[in-house]
Design a protein around this ligand. Structure first.
Ligand code: PLP
Length: 398
């Protein structure tokens, strides 16, 4: 048999599989696991959006649509950019895709050539490096642990080579919860302009900010507007992960290339979900605020509980629904004679002996941290953190 695609053989499976497998094994044995590993809101999609989808099916809007999306949805997205971000786009600068993930995939496919480099802040969202590799390019990581998990202009400057094609900004950030302020974005933007880089700005957690405010790097200058591809979606803000609605805004040329590619790969995003997305973006926004407030309370509860555990330091989680905790203070300690050497060991211990599932930092390129999602009830947050505390306090020192 001929060999399979080298590019695809180089794509790694999800680093969280081992932890998931163990969690499933414990669940199958009847053990109740408190799950902090989820990457999605635990709320139902707001009622009006669900009703809209039912109506759309009854009305028979079930055919293919234009690849980049139905005009009503593109208009709703154009209006959203104007109102929320002060950005002016024409409808033909917008493409709707099956989740922000496909928008990112499309973007990287149309801008990258083999040999190109793409700068990514680490810890990073687990899919970025693989999406870059799928586009034939090379991810270049910049460690942000020393700067409060914020990518700085100096970091970008130091990482740029003559092969650098783009950099990815993700604010609010998964997995760190960091939110970039305007000055930082301006400084990064100057480096992007100086070296003629594309900027991919993943703004999917825009609506989930508890300290600071959202700025789109595309709104900083005309030059940055031209070179930025803004990626966003409805999964997180509207609790619509399963509906698969994401979108990108960029120059007409770039969007045309993405639409050409998408027309051969997956065609339009699900028609019913597109109509429901119009309702989400143009209807009553109260549920978005209600969910944000709930996340804000849960964030405080989780942060306070984790900060009370000796040896653990949590990051300034200002947005999204993740608390990143540094567990390096536990390395070298022992549980039943077994030494903890990295975050993966600590995550395995918490799962097995506290029955709490978290995502170890190896999934995000940082072996000293864990990502704990607070997209779960306050009761579960208190219960899980208290179990972790007891377990950590029982560890033996070297
Ligand atoms: C940073 C970030 N970007 C993009 C996505 C993709 O979201 P979706 O494809 O559901 O729109 C996620 C989902 O976890 C994410 O955390």
């Amino acid at each position: 048999m001929k060999p399979l695609s080298e590019k695809h053989l180089a794509i790694e499976e999800s680093k969280t599989l081992a932890i998931n497998a163990k969690a499933n094994e414990l669940k199958a044995a009847g053990i109740k696991i408190i799950n902090y590993s989820s990457g999605e809101p635990d709320f139902p999609t707001p009622e009006a959006i669900r009703q809209k989808a039912i109506e759309v099916i009854k009305q028979g809007h079930v055919r293919y649509t234009a690849t980049p999306g139905i005009p009503e949805l593109k208009k709703a997205i154009v209006d959203k950019f104007k109102t929320d971000n002060g950005l002016t786009y024409e409808p033909n600068q917008i493409i709707v895709s099956s989740g922000a993930k496909q928008s990112l995939y499309n973007t990287l496919q149309v801008i990258c050539e083999p040999g190109d480099e793409v700068i990514i802040a680490s810890p990073y969202w687990t899919s970025y490096p693989e999406l870059v590799k799928l586009a034939g390019a090379t991810p270049v990581f910049v460690d942000t642990a020393g700067t409060d998990y914020i990518l700085k202009a100096a970091h970008v400057e130091a990482a740029v080579t003559n092969r650098t094609k783009a950099l990815i900004i993700n604010s609010p950030n998964n997995p760190t919860g960091a939110v970039y302020n305007r000055e930082t974005l301006e400084a990064i933007g100057r480096v992007a302009t100086k070296h003629d880089l594309f900027v991919i700005s993943d703004e999917i957690y825009e609506k989930l900010i508890y300290e600071g405010e959202h700025h789109s790097i595309a709104s900083i200058s005309d030059d940055l507007y031209q070179r930025t591809i803004v990626v966003n979606g409805l999964s997180k803000a509207y609790a619509m992960t399963g509906w698969r609605i994401g979108y990108a805004a960029a120059s007409k040329t770039l969007v045309k290339l993405m639409a050409n590619m998408q027309s051969h790969a997956t065609s339009n995003t699900n028609t019913i979900a597109q109509h429901a997305a119009v309702e989400a973006l143009t209807g009553d926004q109260t549920p978005v605020g209600t969910m944000r407030e709930a996340f804000e309370r849960r964030r405080r509860v989780m942060k306070e509980a984790m900060d009370a555990i000796p040896g653990i330091k949590s990051a300034n989680a200002r947005g999204a629904f993740y608390l990143m905790v540094d567990v390096s203070g536990l390395f070298g300690k022992r549980h039943e004679g077994k030494e903890l050497n990295d975050a993966t060991d600590v995550a395995a211990l918490w799962l097995e002996h506290a029955h709490v599932a978290v995502v170890p930092g190896v999934a995000f390129g940082a072996d000293h941290v864990m990502r704990m999602s607070y997209a779960t009830s306050e009761k579960e947050i208190l219960e899980g953190c208290s179990r972790i505390k007891s377990l950590v306090e029982s560890l033996q020192s070297r």
